[in-house]
Design a binder for this molecule. Structure first.
Ligand code: ATP
Length: 772
């Protein structure tokens, strides 16, 4: 026993019927200075807590130097008007919010530090929100929380029966979402009680509960605190129900107006109800009286407040009432009393004793992966998927649908392009019939028609017009993609052009040329027609030369195009874009899946509850990684089957590296999803963030356009983006058949790995440090 605890009445033994003698205990505590050791004796001890929301310019002060002392084994009723900061104070106590300044000690330690039990199974937290999974049954919910707290399933079942009876909950197989609002609150209370924690923190547990059941709950709380085993902090709007509490903290204006037992408060303020006490103290505070004593007397004498029989306060014989927070010499709340009542208000409190509690190191934080936590989290994630099987089918099917759409819609040559032709070699009748006669063999008749036949073979639709102006007008109106015209002596001039050789006159050159005007507003279509018109001409010349028993090579441009070293002789855009599209689909679906799953938990307050129960951010992330990895494996398998087996996209390299790279990229997307869900607070912001990153990544990662063609300022940053190197790597495996030993390929794996580490670290840091 250390110096400070020596002489204190024991918590459990040496007292009548094992019940704590609070009066004796408070008297002794009063005489003690505030030390780390005395603060550690309390269940909860808050000193000079300051909490401010908002900006520096527009601060909203919620806690203003608040002191609070919750001795072990008490029921502590935390009262105050709506919005006064009760929930904020509780979240600071459970370690989910950070004070701007001041100290909090919980079960002997700082929240979040080793041995404090917060977060952890020593604490039972019922937040204000329901914070339960609607898709789970009552039993499943209690099993989930029981497992987190390290209970066996049998123990949970046993406790479930008791809690269902005590809290008058329906059958354990009922889904939480089908319970009434009041039943859901009681269910939430059951989840906090399941493991019989040392410290119960209940934020408005009796809202929507009928008076009889409310009494049952209070009886239960009195029962569990009777032997000092359990401490309860409870907030409620029903002030009078806290008559059964051992201590009441009346909160207003960021401080406690009083922190005493209900009987002491009623006696001291000669009130009939705690509401009256609260009213009187509020009026006193409004009048700017920070301290009681004679000022209080003066105030009360001048006020006509309901229920105050005698406006004078006789405090002289009130030795054992006490504001325990004040007993350590650093309380500045309204009801501070004793020998210093007449002294001026304390403005500068003495410095707090030093903190001897070691903080968690980063490594400690990272190394926590408890078996029971992981079991509960993975089971919960799979159960959620099972209960949302329709959503899961959609999530697994979506990438398949996207890859099918991509393969069917992107990269194929446009067909059915219309060309308006003015062919002056045609007669009036042929023009009217839209008929262009073809003479085959070594025959130099109507060569324009013979050429156009080759153009038609390239899926171009030809329509004949009488004049060049008519044809051009059709193009101008957007009814055709180009206009071609042939002179009346085209065939003859073409033959003469060959016969005359180098002596060919300009007039013949002019008549032997067809005139082309294209609509180049669409680069893809314009380029394709530009190419097809030339390819058709080469085919046409080659065909005539062959038919005339001449060497077709005479008609070629003198360039010999050999087999490409990599890729196809006529590359197609589908194969170019496939690598980037496959990675993008898997990456962004993982982002959506992960951020969605995490945000569901965050929005419903479940994440907060889990973190308070001792689950770490790392464990939550790992739980999601395990379950979503399985989903991703399904998605990847289907995407690859559809890409390579059904649509027969080119794959020259080893499938193993393709699979691994796609999975790694999906994992990277998952971690990016974690970052989004940890950085923002709602689905809308998450959607904006995901959408905001989607287009830049598509545009900058070389998925639809080579990085070599980008603005020089963009080239360098583009190289460091998450999908750039992996796209390049996958393209090299698919198109060039390169393997992992090629730097181009392994850089893709390395770069994605680095991004995974970056995203994971950011998520873990956000989960750990992003508190209100
Ligand atoms: N994250 C936040 N950012 C800014 N202000 C906040 C935030 N959370 C709470 N507040 C504000 O702080 C004040 C105290 O809120 P808190 O929820 O702690 O009150 P409360 O006493 O629990 O109220 P109630 O009894 O209605 O639940 C309120 O004015 C609230 O608007």
């Amino acid at each position: 026993m250390d110096a400070e605890t020596e002489g204190l009445p024991p918590l459990q033994s040496e007292t009548t019927n094992n019940v704590i003698d609070w009066k004796a205990r408070r008297k002794i505590l009063k005489s003690q200075p505030s030390t780390v050791a005395t603060r550690r004796q309390q269940a909860v001890c808050v000193r000079r807590a300051h909490k401010i929301y908002g900006t520096k310019k527009n601060p909203n002060v919620i806690l203003d130097g608040l002191n609070m002392t919750v001795p072990k084994g008490t029921i502590y009723g935390l009262l105050g008007a709506s919005g006064c900061g009760k929930t904020t104070l509780l979240s600071c106590i459970v370690g989910r919010r950070r004070l701007n300044s001041g100290e909090i000690w919980v079960l002997g330690g700082r929240p979040g530090s080793k041995g404090s039990g917060v977060p952890g199974p020593r604490i039972g937290y019922m937040p204000q929100e329901i914070a339960l999974y609607g898709e789970f049954t009552i039993r499943e919910t209690l099993i989930y929380f029981g497992w987190i707290y390290g209970m066996s399933t049998d123990d949970v079942d046993e406790k479930t029966d008791f809690l269902l009876k005590m809290l008058q909950l329906p059958n354990a197989s009922r889904f939480v979402k089908n319970l009434s609002g009041g039943q859901q609150r009681r269910m939430s209370l059951a989840a906090a009680l399941i493991h019989e924690p040392e410290l119960l923190i209940l934020d408005e547990p009796t809202v929507g509960v009928d008076p009889v059941l409310r009494q049952t709950i209070w009886d239960y709380l009195v029962e569990i605190t009777k032997f000092g085993r359990t401490t309860v902090i409870i907030t409620t709007h029903y002030i009078d129900e806290t008559r059964q509490a051992h201590m009441i903290g009346l909160m207003r204006g960021g401080k406690f107006l009083a922190e005493e037992s209900p009987d002491d408060l009623l006696r001291k303020y000669q009130a009939e109800s705690l509401e009256d006490v609260f009213l009187k103290l509020s009026v006193m505070q409004n009048m700017g009286k920070r301290r009681r004593s004679s000022i209080a007397k003066e105030v009360i004498e001048s006020m006509q407040l309901p229920g105050m029989a005698n406006p004078a306060l006789d405090l002289s014989h009130d030795d054992d009432h006490g504001e325990i927070s004040g007993e350590f010499g650093d309380n500045i709340s309204m009801s501070s009393r004793g020998p210093d009542l007449a002294s001026p208000p304390i403005i500068h409190a003495p410095p707090l004793p030093p903190d001897d509690e070691p903080e968690y190191s980063c490594w400690d934080y990272l190394s926590i992966l408890k078996k029971n936590h992981m079991k509960a989290l993975i089971w919960k994630n799979f159960l959620w998927m099972w209960r949302n099987v329709g959503v899961m089918a959609f999530i697994i099917g979506l990438p398949v649908a996207q890859i099918i759409l991509f393969c069917l819609a992107i990269g194929h040559d446009p067909t059915g392009l219309k060309i308006a032709v003015t062919n002056h070699e045609l007669s009036e009748a042929q023009l009217n019939q839209q008929h262009c006669p073809i003479y085959r063999g070594c025959n130099y008749t109507m060569l324009s028609c013979r050429y156009l036949e080759f153009l038609k073979n390239r899926s171009v639709i030809i329509q004949y017009y009488g004049t060049e102006d008519e044809a051009a007008e059709v193009v101008r109106r957007g009814k055709a993609w180009g206009a071609i015209s042939f002179s009346h002596n085209y065939t003859e001039s073409l033959v003469d052009r060959t016969d005359f050789g180098q002596n060919v006159p300009d007039s013949i050159l002019e008549f032997a040329a067809m005139n082309v005007n294209l609509d180049m507003s669409n680069q893809q279509i314009g380029t394709l027609l530009y190419r097809d018109i030339q390819y058709a001409y080469a085919d046409f010349i080659e065909n005539i030369l062959k038919d005339c028993q001449l060497n077709p090579a005479i008609g070629h441009i003198p360039i010999t195009w050999n087999e490409p070293i990599y890729g196809d002789a006529i590359p197609n855009f589908t194969n170019f874009a496939a690598a980037g599209v496959q990675l993008t689909i898997i990456f962004f679906l993982s982002v959506a899946l992960t951020s969605g799953a995490m945000l569901i938990e965050r929005n419903e307050g479940i994440l907060e509850r889990c973190l308070v129960s001792g689950i770490t951010g790392v464990e939550i992330l790992c739980g999601h990684v395990v379950t979503q990895f399985l989903v991703m494996c399904f998605q990847t398998t289907l995407v690859l089957i559809f890409s390579f087996s059904v649509f027969e996209l080119t794959i020259r390299g080893e499938l193993l590296w393709v699979v691994l790279l796609v999975l790694e990229t999906g994992f990277c997307g998952m971690t990016f999803g974690f970052v989004i869900s940890c950085a923002v607070d709602n689905e809308r912001s998450a959607t904006y963030m995901a959408l905001g990153s989607f287009l830049p990544l598509i545009l900058l990662c070389g998925i639809i356009w080579p990085i070599e063609g980008m603005h020089p300022l963009l080239k360098a940053p583009a190289l460091f983006l998450p999908l750039t190197k992996s796209t390049e790597s996958l393209r090299s495996i698919l198109q060039r058949g390169w393997s992992i030993n090629n730097p181009n390929v392994y850089f893709g794996f390395i770069s994605t790995g680095i991004w995974i580490l970056i995203f994971l670290t950011i998520s873990i840091l956000l989960l750990k440090f992003k508190k209100g």
